[in-house]
Design a protein around this ligand. Structure first.
Ligand code: ATP
Ligand code: MG
Length: 283
């Protein structure tokens, strides 16, 4: 769907490049996660992919065509939600959606979408009076109102309560099931793990890793088991390699000690993030 070759980008007022030569491909029908520390260049890359930032170096192909050569039809094909939700605050949510929808040739029925994200009843409220989570949901509906084939989502679940985040994730997965392709950024590693077929890690404008969450877990994971038990009222923690769990020592420990917890050392995407980027997640 998208091929990016040696992409470099410098904001005109900056001295240094923000994007320092990155290569990746987003396959049709996949959810591609773009992860990295704050300021690494995720939103910048998204803005380049949707032709909001021009003047990049390198090559970007969308459906095999150079991005720069694509006309307005490109916008018919894509849906975007930015990290900061933007709408006309004095217009109602419904008026906002009507306004944006008339810009497109293809239009979806808004009612089911609004019902799905729980905003149907509040559609005649002014967008400026929406709560943060309501604005994010409205933004998401906006991204879908032209029935796009490619969705670009910048931190789609950030700021949503768990129930609304669940709805949003289900909608993203359904979009994919119907053949859609997604580029998303997020700092919520559990969401990324659940949604993304492949993830790329960007650090200071360069890519460090691109792979599926599962392959990354195998690569960075520790094949080990951690056990906690009590001995003479003292809590003891020990770690065994996967190979050692058949050893008499481990079996004996399980049989004779008062075991409190037992965990395999499979790593999480959060730990991988910290290892790959060398930076702790922002809270
Ligand atoms: N309009 C701009 N003009 C100049 N520099 C910018 C502009 N927007 C972003 N930058 C710089 O580009 C770098 C990357 O910013 P970007 O917004 O792409 O980061 P990000 O990875 O999306 O971070 P976050 O996780 O905080 O959203 C930062 O150093 C930022 O200061
Ligand atoms: Mg960002």
């Amino acid at each position: 769907m998208i091929t990016v070759n040696n992409l470099r980008y410098k904001y005109p007022q900056n001295q240094d490049y923000t994007i320092k030569g990155i290569d990746f491909e987003i396959k049709k029908g996949e959810i591609f996660g773009f992860l990295g520390p704050s300021g690494a260049g995720k939103s910048t890359t998204q803005k380049i992919l949707i032709k909001l930032l021009l003047g990049y170096e390198g090559e970007i192909l969308y459906r095999g065509q150079p991005l720069a050569a694509l006309g307005d039809d490109f916008y018919e094909d894509i849906g975007v939600s930015f990290e900061m939700p933007i709408s006309f605050s004095k217009l109602t949510a419904w008026e906002n959606l009507q306004f944006f929808q008339q810009l497109y040739k293809t239009k979806v029925d808004l009612e089911p979408l609004l019902r799905r994200v729980g905003l149907w009843e509040d559609r005649h409220k002014k967008a400026g009076e929406y709560s943060k989570g309501m604005k994010i949901r409205l933004n998401f509906v906006r991204a879908l109102l032209n029935k796009p084939a490619f969705l670009c989502l910048d931190e789609p679940t950030n700021g949503l309560d768990p129930a609304n985040a669940r709805i949003m994730k289900d909608m993203i997965l359904e979009f994919k099931e119907q053949g859609g392709t997604v580029f998303l950024t997020s700092h919520i590693m559990s969401d990324v793990d659940e949604l993304c077929d492949r993830v790329a890690f960007i650090v200071d404008g360069k890519l460090r890793e691109i792979d599926s969450p599962r392959n990354l877990k195998l690569k960075y994971g520790k094949r080990s088991v951690k056990v906690e038990y009590r001995e003479n009222n003292e809590l003891i923690q020990r770690e065994f390699s996967m190979e050692a769990i058949r050893s008499p020592e481990f079996i004996n420990l399980l049989q004779t000690k008062e075991i409190e917890t037992l965990h395999s050392g499979e790593t999480t995407l959060e730990e991988i993030f910290i290892k790959v980027t060398g930076v702790a997640l922002r809270d």
